[in-house]
Design a protein around this ligand. Structure first.
Ligand code: AMP
Ligand code: FE
Ligand code: FE
Ligand code: ZN
Length: 295
């Protein structure tokens, strides 16, 4: 399709587009409505809320987005694991009531609780940290993760910030780390596709970069796209990802991975081309974008 195509549609959503933000329904530090407000402040026109393993923030974020003139793309970052490597699968516009995907997210979230308790018990043998301290940092039934343990370590004055916690006590080499249940990435992709969603691998070329062979297997399983413009992807990694995206005609996204005060990432620091978001919308069948009332 060229620019001169008379059938070319104007997208219903406005840019700039940021497809990866977290609220306190997982490990972000702000309510979904405040994430939307911050996105608006940074000049974004369309955002996806992609909390880890939950859709609990969708309703609040959608209402706030509509009220502020932003388009809302329902999303999630599904935890998966390939051996020792954690793989994050962004999922867009899937059916939140799909029983198989729903059951898997419940299983992951439940297992995350026991896992976090065991990590805290282990840390508690060496530092004054208790489970109650972690609960105090966790919003309602938010997806619990190491970031909440990090916040408890900060609150107890044991470390300065999340970054110091992850570089030290929470790092696997310190011996307190334990993995939580997560499906393998192929299963994760099949679940998202089965729920009518579009799977995109988050930050695929960060520290835990997967192999070429693994990525090819994910493409065969129905992978829709790659998050290439993300601060954790290395320069060489991005070049590698662009070659693969071109060869397999994959969707390419760019996003901030905003976590409120939990990370330095700022909404809009990376954005997604409108044409790429349109491809996600056209490919999805599980749910629809929520557009603001006509302006
Ligand atoms: P978990 O899934 O419980 O193992 O925790 C992983 C989460 O911790 C990821 O979703 C990241 O958002 C967050 N995280 C990882 N490294 C850091 C860091 N250095 N600073 C802040 N958050 C981090
Ligand atoms: Fe996170
Ligand atoms: Fe991630
Ligand atoms: Zn994320």
């Amino acid at each position: 399709m060229t620019d001169a195509d008379p059938h070319a549609r104007q997208p219903l959503f406005a840019g700039p587009v940021d497809l990866h933000l977290h609220s306190n329904r997982s490990d972000g530090t702000e309510d979904p409505a405040d994430v939307v407000a911050r996105a608006r402040q940074e000049g974004l026109g369309t955002i996806a809320l992609t909390d880890h393993d939950t859709t609990a923030g969708w309703a609040e974020a959608a209402a706030a987005a509509t009220a502020r003139g932003l388009t809302f793309i329902p999303g999630m970052e599904l935890s998966a694991r390939d051996g020792w490597r954690s793989v994050h699968v962004l999922a867009y516009l899937f059916d939140p009531a799909d029983v198989d995907l729903l059951a898997e997210t419940v299983r992951i979230r439940d297992d995350r609780i026991g896992r976090a308790e065991r990590i805290v018990r282990s840390i508690g043998r060496d530092y004054p940290l208790r489970w109650a301290h972690v609960l105090a940092e966790t919003e309602g039934d938010a997806t619990v993760g190491r970031p909440h343990i990090a916040d408890a370590l900060v609150a107890q004055g044991i470390v300065r910030d999340r970054g110091e916690a992850f570089d030290g006590i929470l790092h696997p080499r310190q011996g307190y780390y334990e993995a939580h249940y997560a499906p393998d990435p192929i299963t994760a992709i099949e679940l998202v596709v089965g729920a009518g969603g579009v799977p995109v691998i988050a930050h695929p070329a960060g520290r835990e970069r997967m192999s070429d062979a693994t990525l090819r297997r994910l493409i065969d399983a129905g992978l829709g796209g790659l998050e290439i413009d993300h601060r954790e992807n290395t320069a060489e990694g991005r070049a590698w990802l662009h070659r693969i995206a071109d060869a397999h005609d994959l969707i390419v996204t760019g996003s901030s991975d905003y976590h409120g005060a939990g990370k330095p990432n700022v909404p809009g620091e990376n954005t997604t081309e409108p044409a790429m978001l349109q491809r996600i919308i056209d490919r999805a069948s599980g749910s629809a974008p929520i557009y603001p009332a006509a302006r």
